[in-house]
Design a protein around this ligand. Structure first.
Ligand code: MLT
Length: 263
């Protein structure tokens, strides 16, 4: 089922009387990134996913996004759906939104799942890379950027053995509105650092990271795990940055194990 909330496309699976999990996808993807998880979890959980503003089916508007405005969007979805203490689950850029949402309103959530993400803000090199990406999109259009960026997210084995799937993901992302994609790059470039806050996360937290993730490697996520008091860490075999797509069985196992321990 789909509903438009605050102009955003929001998707639901499962019974609304069950405990809710809100899934926030990465960049430059859409809510379908979580299909393999929702397929399993919808039996016991109310699964809410949405397309971040500017990506997928959600409109780009003027593309003037900040991480703060992405958290405002999330807050409006929580309020409109009257969600009580959902579990929040975000990957990479979805993780940046999750971390800032926890910093702003931790008491609205009962647990958190952080996949392939980091708490540090972009350093100078990172900011310059975002600026170069925007320049490239302006010059060449979206497709060449999407192809390179997305290919780099996946492990070699996925690129070699599941190239058809990879090409479909690239094709889809290349059709997104470039204003929205550039707006996301600016929001990531200007986000704040949430590292200082990690020790103050009180809710149970699961960290998931692909063993071959080169964007947010296990060493980075293990440091976060050591700082978050009530946390668990799961390293996903045979996977790069896109764990839910690359190794859905292992990710689902980690999620179910974590969720089974929550009351
Ligand atoms: C993502 O997967 O959301 C991106 O890799 C995040 C980023 O570029 O920092």
């Amino acid at each position: 089922m789909k509903e438009i909330i605050n102009n955003l496309s929001v998707f639901f699976e499962g019974k609304s009387s069950n405990k809710t999990i809100v899934f926030i996808h990465g960049f430059p993807y859409d809510h379908t990134m979580w299909n393999a998880q929702i397929e399993v979890l919808k039996e016991k959980y109310f699964c809410v996913s949405y397309d971040i503003r500017g990506l997928g089916e959600s409109p780009s508007g003027d593309g003037q996004f900040t991480m703060e405005s992405f958290v405002d969007d999330l807050e409006i979805i929580l309020n409109e759906l009257k969600l009580i203490k959902p579990i929040i689950c975000g990957l990479s850029m979805g993780g940046y939104i999750t971390l800032r949402a926890l910093e702003r309103m931790q008491d609205r959530f009962s647990a958190a799942i952080l996949c392939d993400t980091r708490s540090e803000a972009d350093n100078n090199e990172g900011k310059l890379k975002r600026a170069a990406a925007i320049k490239r999109i302006n010059k060449e259009g979206l497709a060449p950027f999407s192809k390179d960026f997305i290919t780099n997210c996946f492990a070699d084995s996925f690129r070699q053995n599941r190239s058809e799937e990879l090409n479909k993901i690239i094709e889809k992302s290349s059709t997104f509105n470039s204003v929205g994609v550039k707006g996301c790059l600016l929001a990531m470039l200007s986000r704040t650092d949430t590292t200082q806050f990690l020790t103050q996360i009180k809710i149970p937290t699961l960290l998931i990271c692909g063993e071959k993730d080169t964007l947010t490697p296990p060493s980075v996520m293990k440091e976060m795990f050591h700082k978050i008091p009530n946390s668990e860490f799961a390293e996903i075999k045979n996977s790069g940055h896109m764990t839910p797509i690359e190794n859905p069985d292992e990710v689902n196992k980690a999620l179910l194990n974590f969720l089974s321990k929550l009351n």
